[in-house]
Design a protein around this ligand. Structure first.
Ligand SMILES: NC(=O)c1ccc[n+]([C@@H]2O[C@H](COP(=O)([O-])OP(=O)(O)OC[C@H]3O[C@@H](n4cnc5c(N)ncnc54)[C@H](OP(=O)(O)O)[C@@H]3O)[C@@H](O)[C@H]2O)c1
Length: 421
């Protein structure tokens, strides 16, 4: 099917949910119908019409936004949706539960795809099941285009591109530090989190995926020099700060390692990547790192026990569909710092980059990241040697996503680069 036969540029599937409605709101405020032929996707006609009515009310340029009904449990509807559009941005999660039939439909229809998943067990399943078919059909299946894992993945690409251009060598190590953030969390995200823990408790492959730092690399390449997440506080000399483990590290580090692998190891096979939360120097920093590491350990242990996890999901987590307040989204922010260290012919060097936004990371900023990833795919603004496959933001789209996000108000810059002795 040629692109000119498709009715839409982009469908936001899951537009009735918390994240999907924010993506649709962002896109209708940012682009006119002449600039982007957009449709809203969902399973329920009434809910979809209500979202459309709200969008039309608040977006000056849109008199109507077309809608498409598609249900994850009805593959024919997914196939019909995929055939009508060039690109699908999906926020229908948990992806382990609902995601696979849409990936199949997109590959069959040659429709590019991007999502917000942080469910690494599911990403691994999709890699093993769909990568070869996606390569063959030249379809880009781009996972993790939200706060997981655009700042880490595109941030690492920024650092490495700069290092290669300026010093003629890639960094051997890139460390990712989520320095500050403020925002909320939705029931849908917590349901996906619960799904990941349930899979790890009950499915040996999911458990193995979380144990192996290279589990998202191509088959046959699932080993390397990185030892994986260190569960205790650590004094980090590169950042001059104590650090604790980061809850997002299991996703972000694996996505970054996959970027390096599917791009053919431009950063070397010895490339190391670690995400840690910096907590400051001295006694205070050590105490904060200990508290976070301890809290994370207790939470992980609790979520790993089936009845405890079920209780937390039932009585503590908000329901799917509930999300952060408008105030939390508007007043939120985040900054992720990336420090790279490498050795060129003239000696060692460091590169420092910052990735951030003045929106809450998981929703306001994530809506922009996913929306702009979709627009890059629609416009063919892609800097990647790969024309298809199960890929990551850095390997499937690359630096054009950073350009678009800067235009949307993000910071995505290399701050300093120095030769060191
Ligand atoms: N990586 C990140 O930074 C990030 C940030 C935010 C969210 N997320 C992820 O994004 C996903 C969505 O989160 P959310 O908070 O938006 O969740 P949500 O509010 O619960 O929305 C889920 C959406 O999926 C739809 N849906 C459910 N079952 C369906 C089916 N059988 N067929 C078609 N559509 C179906 C729902 O439609 P109805 O309205 O009809 O029920 C709704 O539109 C989660 O997996 C979450 O983890 C990731």
């Amino acid at each position: 099917m040629t692109d000119s036969q498709r009715q839409y540029d982009l469908v936001v599937w899951g537009a009735t949910g918390v994240a999907g409605s924010l993506v649709a709101e962002y896109l209708t405020n940012r682009y006119t119908p002449e600039e982007l032929s957009l449709a809203l996707g969902g399973r329920n006609r009434d809910r979809l019409d209500a979202v459309e009515a709200e969008l039309v009310e608040q977006a000056d340029d849109w008199d109507e936004v077309p809608t498409v009904i598609a249900d994850a449990t009805e593959p024919d509807t997914l196939r019909a949706m995929a055939e009508q559009t060039r690109v699908i941005c999906t926020t229908v999660g948990p992806y382990t539960r609902y995601g696979t039939p849409l990936v199949d439909a997109c590959i069959a229809a040659g429709t590019d795809y991007c999502d917000l998943t942080g469910e690494v067990n599911w990403v691994r399943e999709i890699i093993d099941r769909c990568h070869e078919d996606a390569v063959e059909s030249k379809t880009r299946i781009v996972h993790s285009c939200g706060f997981d894992s655009v700042p880490a993945d595109i941030g690492t690409l920024l650092v490495q591109s700069y290092a290669q251009e300026e010093f003629g060598a890639a960094c051997e190590t890139v460390r990712i530090y989520p320095e500050q953030s403020s925002g909320g969390v939705s029931g849908g995200t917590l349901a996906s989190f619960g799904e990941l823990f349930a899979a790890v408790s009950n499915d040996p492959l999911a458990k193995q995926t979380l144990q192996n730092p290279y589990s998202l690399a191509p088959p046959g390449e699932r080993s390397g020099v990185d030892p994986g997440t260190h569960p205790l506080p650590r004094n980090d000399r590169l950042h001059s700060s104590w650090t604790s483990p980061s809850p997002m590290a299991p996703v972000n580090e694996r996505i970054v390692r996959r970027s390096n692998a599917v791009l053919g190891y431009p950063w070397g096979r010895e490339f190391r990547c670690t995400e840690r939360i910096p907590t400051g120097s001295g006694f205070g920093g050590a105490a904060r790192a200990t508290l976070i590491a301890g809290g994370l350990g207790v939470f992980t242990a609790a979520m790993s026990i089936d009845p405890v996890r079920n209780g937390i999901q039932r009585y503590v987590f908000p329901d799917p569909g509930d999300g952060p307040s408008e105030e939390q989204i508007e007043n939120g922010y985040f900054t992720v710092r990336l420090l790279g260290r490498g050795t060129a012919r003239d000696g060692p060097f460091t590169v420092e980059a910052e990735f951030g936004a003045d929106r809450d990371p998981g929703y306001g900023a994530t809506a922009r990241m996913l929306g702009e990833a979709g627009v890059c795919l629609v416009r063919g603004e892609v800097e990647s040697p790969l024309s298809g496959g199960v890929v990551t933001p850095a390997s499937g789209i690359g630096l054009p996503l950073a350009d678009r996000l800067r235009d949307a108000g993000f910071t995505a810059t290399v701050e300093t680069a120095t030769r060191t002795e």
